[in-house]
Design a protein around this ligand. Structure first.
Ligand code: TXA
Ligand code: MG
Length: 318
C-alpha cells in the first residue's frame, strides 16, 4: 500500500512494523533500530544475509550523539558540509544499538538522509530507523514508490511516497573507525567533493577488493537484472543476439546499430548527476524490455561516473 500520511507512517513504525521510506538516494526499508524483532524482519523480507549490517538513520547529529555515537573531527567537517545528504559514517558502535543492526560488528553506519518527508518523520520518532535499500537482496535499488511496490509490495505493510529519488545512487560510505577516513562504498557524493573538504587524498584501498569484508554488502554480483548485462561492445555479442534483440544503456549518445526504441540514454547533456538519477530506473527498464541481453556503456572514470561504473560492473555478467 502506498501512503502519504506521515502520522500513519509514524504509527506503523512505532508498532514495530516495516515501512519503506523515501530518501534522496534510494528508497529504504525501515524499522525501529532499537527493536530487535523488527530488525530481524528486515533481513527476512529482503532475504538479506545475516552478516550484512544495516545503516541507521536519524534527522540530526545531536540525536546520534545522545545514542552514544561520536564522530571524530574530520567526520564532523564532512557532516557539516554534506549532512543531511548522501554520505554515511561508520563509527564505533554504542550499547544502545542492537547487535542485529550491525550484524555483530563493533561499528555502526549512520546517516542523515536529505528528504523533507523522511526528515519530518525521523524528527517525530524517539528512535533511529535502520534501513537498507528497499529491494530484495542482490537486485536493483528502488528509486520510486512504485518500484518498491512491484518488488516488496506483498511483503511489507506500507510504502511512504516521496516521489522520485533526486540522487538515485546509494550514499557514499566512509569509515572513521581508525580516525583516518577510509572510503568503503562509492556513492551519491563524489570523491572530489569529499576531498575538497578533507583537503587530503581519500584512502580508497578498502574499495579495491570488492569482496571486502569491511563493507560486507558490497558483494561483487549485486544489482543484477534478469537479462544478462554486458559492458563490452555490442559487436562482440552478435553470435548470441542480433541488434534487435539487444537493449542498450548509454551515457550521452545512442548506439549506431541497436534499434532506437531499445535504447536508454542516461543524460544527453552528459550530466553525471542526471545520469546517476536515471541509472537504476534505466536498468529496470532495459530488463523489462525482455531482450536477450543488455549492453551498457561505462562512463568516464571521474565524479559520479566512478559510482555509476561501480554499480554497472556489479550488475554485469562476469
Ligand atoms: O543511500 C543509502 O545508503 C541507502 C538509503 C536507504 O539510506 N541505504 C543503503 O543500505 O544503501 P544498504 O543496506 O543497501 O547498504 C548498506 C551498506 C552495505 O554494503 C553494508 O554492508 C554497509 O553499508 N554497512 C552497514 N553497516 C556497516 C558497518 N558497520 N561497517 C561497514 N559497512 C557497513
Ligand atoms: Mg542495498
Amino acid at each position: 500500500m502506498i501512503i502519504k500520511d506521515i502520522a500513519l507512517a509514524k504509527l506503523i513504525l512505532t508498532q514495530g512494523n516495516l515501512l519503506a521510506i523515501p530518501t534522496e538516494t534510494v528508497y529504504g526499508l525501515a524499522a525501529n533500530a532499537f527493536d530487535a524483532s523488527a530488525i530481524a524482519n528486515i533481513y527476512l523480507v529482503k532475504n538479506r544475509p545475516q552478516f550484512n549490517p544495516l545503516i541507521i538513520h536519524s534527522n540530526s547529529l545531536e540525536r546520534f550523539f545522545n545514542w552514544g555515537l561520536q564522530l571524530p573531527e574530520s567526520a564532523l567537517a564532512l557532516a557539516h558540509a554534506f549532512s543531511p545528504g548522501p554520505i554515511t559514517f561508520v563509527v564505533p558502535k554504542s550499547d544502545a544499538i542492537p547487535d542485529l543492526v550491525t550484524a555483530g560488528q563493533n561499528t555502526v553506519a549512520i546517516r542523515i538522509p536529505n528528504h523533507p518527508i523522511t526528515l519530518e518523520l525521523l524528527g517525530s520518532l524517539d528512535f533511529p530507523l535502520a534501513a537498507p535499500s528497499a529491494n530484495l537482496s542482490g537486485s536493483v535499488s528502488p528509486t520510486c514508490a512504485e518500484d518498491v511496490e512491484a518488488q516488496l509490495g506483498n511483503r511489507i505493510g506500507a510504502i511512504l511516497d516521496g516521489g522520485r529519488c533526486r540522487v538515485g545512487l546509494e550514499s557514499t560510505i566512509l569509515s572513521f573507525v581508525d580516525n583516518k577516513p577510509k572510503l568503503l562504498r562509492l556513492g551519491g557524493l563524489s570523491i572530489e567533493k569529499i576531498e575538497q573538504v578533507l583537503k587530503i587524498k581519500l584512502d580508497t584501498t578498502a574499495l579495491i577488493n570488492n569482496e571486502n569484508p569491511q563493507a560486507p554488502g558490497m558483494m561483487s554480483r549485486h544489482y543484477a537484472p534478469k537479462t544478462p548485462l554486458y559492458l563490452d561492445a555490442a559487436e562482440n555479442h552478435l553470435q548470441e543476439a542480433n541488434y534487435n534483440e539487444m537493449a542498450f544503456i548509454g551515457f550521452k549518445v545512442k548506439h549506431p546499430n541497436i534499434v532506437g526504441s531499445n535504447q536508454i540514454i542516461l543524460s544527453e547533456k552528459g550530466d553525471y548527476a542526471e545520469a546517476a538519477q536515471q541509472l537504476f530506473a534505466a536498468i529496470r527498464m532495459a530488463d523489462s524490455m525482455g531482450k536477450k541481453l543488455i549492453i551498457a556503456e561505462l562512463l568516464p572514470a571521474e565524479n559520479l561516473g566512478l559510482a555509476i561504473n561501480d554499480r554497472l560492473k556489479r550488475a554485469a555478467v562476469k
